[in-house]
Design a protein around this ligand. Structure first.
Ligand SMILES: [Fe+2]
Ligand SMILES: [Fe+2]
Length: 371
């Protein structure tokens, strides 16, 4: 955590863990009534690592953890639930709110059943606060990525807390918490790797589109907050994205070709700059802090867990991390040449080389091979 508290909407606060590649976001909403008193709700409260900053947030905004009234868990993963036992002890009057499916698993932490309410027990999945009149809607994100995953829509701030849905690995440069065009690659990669099926993603988007009024902000548990025109733009792109099982196609010639190209590139890298080979292999195996998008065995890439175009972009990004400018530019040229030889189309915006693209025209293309 960097200790900073962000206000992302009306009485809606966020803290973010300090990892560079894959953050956890924790949110707090205060539902303030006419007398100035508030009902306080925490969303996906993180892990023990987040406790110092979480306690600071709670102290500053609601006078301390004892004043937490509700804790919402979007699903059962430890990156957001590991704290829950301690939080419910310290916030002795708090209630846990989560889906039946999530409760079945998180109760293993020894949580008090009497202080738990399932989302399914609320009429029409709507929670109303009697005194203040505030409302929030629970929105299922079925199989995104867990069967019982839930989102919460706060009508007052028009913020949709979306859990892992629309979350991303960080691909945006610089400070700040709001998504830009640069954030999309990370969101796309996270969903390709982690969401099980395109159908599940589309169904969840349909549920979001049906919210009235439409959300102004999507606040996920990882990565950047999406607001403004990017809400519709990213949902639209997401609805067309192939993810998970839909990408696992053992007989996909485009994937095979890209795997071949990456291995050819690694061979050329070894021949040209053997001293760089080990660091590249390490990058392929480790990936970013989230997980590697490549399958790797015996010094070779054997498969990809993301779309072919995204895989090429990941390799290109790795090349961009080579410190020595001469080697870096040389490797970019080798990479593009490798793709050209296999007639693979690839285009990327690159300040260093200006725009760079392969030129597979006037030769046979992929359709000729697969047709
Ligand atoms: Fe998760
Ligand atoms: Fe998560």
């Amino acid at each position: 955590m960097n200790g900073k508290i962000y206000e992302v909407g009306r009485e809606f606060y966020m803290i973010r863990s300090k990892e560079e590649d894959f953050h956890r976001n924790i949110y707090l909403k205060k539902f303030v009534d006419a007398t100035g008193r508030s009902v306080n709700m925490l969303f996906d409260p993180g892990t023990a690592l987040d406790m110092p900053d979480l306690l600071k947030l709670l102290k500053e905004k609601i006078g301390g953890i004892a004043n937490v009234n509700m804790v919402f868990l979007s699903h059962q993963d430890p990156d957001l639930t590991a704290n829950i036992g301690n939080i419910m002890k310290l916030a002795a009057r708090s209630y846990l709110i989560t889906s039946v499916d999530t409760w079945r698993l998180v109760k293993m932490y020894g949580l008090p059943p009497k202080r738990t309410k399932t989302v399914e027990s609320f009429d029409s999945y709507i929670l109303r606060l009697k005194k203040s009149g505030h409302r929030m809607a629970f929105v299922p994100a079925r199989y995104c990525h867990f069967r019982g995953a839930m989102m919460v829509y706060d009508y007052e701030s028009k913020i949709l807390f979306s859990g892992d849905f629309m979350a991303g690995v960080n691909t945006r440069q610089g400070e700040g918490i709001y998504a830009t065009e640069e954030s999309w690659e990370g969101i796309k990669m996270f969903h390709q790797l982690y969401m099980p099926s395109t159908k599940a993603v589309v169904k969840t988007i349909e549920r979001i589109m049906a919210l009235n009024p439409f959300p102004e902000v999507i606040a996920p548990q990882h990565g950047d907050i999406i607001k403004g025109e990017l809400v519709v733009e990213f949902l639209d792109r997401m609805s067309k994205l192939q993810v998970g099982l839909d990408l696992v196609d053992d007989n996909n010639p485009e994937t095979d070709l890209v795997v071949l190209a990456i291995n050819n590139f690694l061979d050329l890298l070894d021949a040209t700059f053997p001293e760089l080979k080990d660091s590249f292999i390490a990058k392929f195996q480790k990936g970013n802090e989230f997980t590697s998008p490549f399958l790797f065995h015996g010094g070779k890439v054997t498969g990809i867990k993301i779309s072919p175009d995204n895989a090429l972009l990941q390799v290109y990004t790795m090349i961009g991390e080579v410190d020595d400018e001469e080697k870096r530019l040389h490797l970019k040229a080798i990479f593009m040449d490798t793709l050209d030889q296999l007639q693979i189309e690839f285009k990327v915006q690159d300040d260093e080389t200006e725009s760079i693209e392969t030129n597979p025209e006037d030769s046979f293309n992929l359709d000729d091979i697969v047709g």
